[in-house]
Design a protein around this ligand. Structure first.
Ligand code: FAD
Ligand code: DLZ
Ligand code: SF4
Length: 518
């Protein structure tokens, strides 16, 4: 009797369901580097390097804990380069009598796993991924019968379920569920921004860097410097460092953007969370502990915990509720091709150039850069949401479809018709000027409303509202915006729209191939 336990690249946790309650003497853990996964979109080089290095270190850790590990490297000549091919081959090699695996986090992968039993000809047990706080069943139960599925109500349930920041009488600590109104400070110069810890590559990572440069050298993004945490110990260090240097100011400056400060007070823990190096509950407990010790204020700790037990869990629930249709939703009928500038960063719009430049360098941008610079621009410009989604899937180190797609198609592009967001996240140049230092060194003038030097966000903003008047003018949360639009003279309205149109004509569509999809 040999049980084969395939562990995927985002399941790198020794407490994974498939590794529990198994006799390790009768099991083989299979880790596989496969071309199919590395190229279903042409991921950022840093992301591939991170995954391979974290997988290789995880394989070593498992072995040190007494597991028999079969690790298939990308350049193994016998590698079939697909999950299914490798499971089939390993099942034969080890004369496996059954397969035990945790459900893939993405729809595409789960479909493949469901076919394994038939293809290999032995039983295949697919276990729920219980690294999440809310099971998919529990999410369906919460969603059942509700007219709208807003995150805020889901989040309160998760607070009660976990007991995080809760008083013994089931009321929220601090007397409120949400402290977001305290979390809108502008960036400030002269602040002592923390410098993220650098994890210098060890020989395992150096090997991977060579491989990635050789095999994926034409993918988007800079491979080096590579200083990401790749082991559980390093991830725990990164968590400690965030809690001690950044958490207390996380809330205040959560929405701020500043040139040269890629991370500000953000945690950068998304890739460790999404790949299993850290668990969401341990991260939230560490933050709650800092609050209890008086080391971080409630607005920061509540805001941080909400992102994880609220947004992160909610996005996963929404993804699985609506897949596979979710991926092709385009409620606003947006068809403009993705412009080349998303790949090159060559644009006179400084906010876009900064955010894309940083993305190329770090495979990271923080939430407001993704939502209110890149996503906002894509939405206002009417870019095709599927092309936008593919771009996001390629460029960020934390991009896995279950979390990327609902954030892009739902939250950012309103392409789900408003299931996730009650109104589109759009803003003019005034918002970007308020929350960043980008406008000061921009070719465009954020104060100009129309004409060739006007900030494109200003003209595109009004053009978007005019384009979608029928859909949004009755939305109670957008009434004030439309009231302003209706106060403009017809001539002014025409000026806005023609300036927007002139700008949109300057966008060159991306040459095909960057994302890697046909
Ligand atoms: P912090 O600001 O420190 O937040 C802490 C943690 O909260 C994050 O690590 C993350 O796990 C969680 N979190 C915060 N916001 C969200 C959210 N909206 N959805 C899910 N989790 C959240 N996140 C991804 O993990 N993968 C993606 O592919 C991804 N794509 C995005 C695309 C768009 C258009 C937008 C608007 C957001 C996207 N996000 C994605 C959510 C969020 O931007 C990132 O999780 C965050 O920027 C990661 O950086 P951080 O770890 O420093 O986060
Ligand atoms: C992202 C990624 C990449 C680039 N390569 C691999 C790989 O070679 N082997 C692997 O097991 N996982 C990889 N991953 C992560 C997977 O895409 C992720 O585990 C699945 O999408 C889960 O649904
Ligand atoms: Fe961006 Fe407009 Fe500011 Fe330039 S002026 S940085 S385009 S918001």
């Amino acid at each position: 009797m040999t049980v084969l336990i395939p562990v995927l690249g985002d399941q790198l946790s020794q407490s994974l369901a498939s590794l529990r309650n198994v006799d390790s003497g009768k099991a083989i853990v299979l880790l596989m580097e496969v071309w199919d996964e590395a190229t279903y979109v042409r991921h950022h080089k840093k992301k591939i390097a991170f995954i391979f290095s974290a997988m290789r270190h995880f394989g070593d850790d498992l072995q040190a804990s007494g597991w028999r590990v079969d690790y298939v490297k990308l350049d193994d000549p016998a590698n079939t380069q697909s999950f299914t091919g490798e499971v089939l081959r390993a099942a034969k090699r080890h004369k496996a009598t059954s397969i035990r695996t945790v459900a893939g986090s993405e729809y595409r992968v789960l479909q493949a796993q469901r076919a394994w039993a038939a293809e290999v000809g032995i039983p295949c047990d697919i276990l729920d991924d219980d690294r999440f706080i809310c099971s998919l069943e529990e999410f369906s139960h919460w969603a059942k019968g509700r007219k709208t599925l807003r995150m805020e109500y889901f989040y309160r349930e998760m607070r009660m379920k976990t007991g995080l920041l809760m008083n013994p009488d089931d009321t929220p600590v601090g007397g409120q569920w949400n402290f977001d109104h305290d979390n809108r400070d502008k960036p400030a110069s002269g602040l002592n921004y923390p410098t993220p810890e650098r994890f210098d590559p060890d020989p395992v990572t150096k090997d991977v860097l060579g491989l990635v440069q050789q095999r994926f050298g034409d993918h988007f993004g800079d491979l080096e410097p590579f200083v990401l945490p790749v082991t559980r110990d390093q991830a725990l260090k990164a968590l400690d460092e965030f809690i001690s240097t950044s958490l207390s100011d996380f809330g205040r400056y959560q929405d701020a953007m500043m040139t040269g400060q890629d991370y500000l007070y953000h945690s950068r823990l998304s890739l460790c969370l999404n790949t299993g190096l850290l668990s969401p509950i341990e991260v939230c407990k560490a933050a709650a502990h800092a609050y209890e010790q008086g080391d971080a204020p409630i607005n920061s700790v509540e805001g941080f915990i909400r992102q994880i037990i609220g947004w992160r869990e909610y996005m996963r629930g929404m993804y699985w509720r609506d897949m596979p249709q979710f991926a092709s939703r385009n409620a606003l009928a947006a068809h403009r091709p993705l412009p080349e500038l998303f790949w090159t960063g060559n644009t006179d719009m400084n906010c876009l150039a900064q955010s894309i430049g940083q993305t190329r360098k770090e495979a990271y941008a923080h939430h407001i850069q993704r939502l209110m610079i890149l996503g906002n621009f894509a939405l206002l410009a009417g870019l095709n949401p599927q092309e936008v989604s593919d771009w996001f899937l390629v460029v960020y180190f934390d991009a896995f479809e279950w979390v990327e797609l609902p954030n892009v198609i739902g939250m950012s592009q309103f392409a789900d018709g408003g299931k996730i967001a009650s109104k589109p996240y759009v803003g003019s140049g005034a918002y970007i000027k308020r929350m960043s230092d980008y406008c000061g060194s921009c070719h465009f003038d954020v104060k100009q409303k129309t004409g060739p030097n006007a900030c494109p966000f200003n003209t595109l903003y009004w053009d978007f509202l005019a384009r979608h008047e029928t859909r949004f003018s009755h939305n109670p949360r957008m009434k004030n915006m439309y009231a302003t639009w209706y106060r403009f003279s017809e001539e002014r309205q025409r000026d806005y729209r023609s300036s927007a149109s002139t700008f949109l004509d300057t966008l060159t569509p991306a040459s095909s191939g960057w994302a890697g999809k046909p």
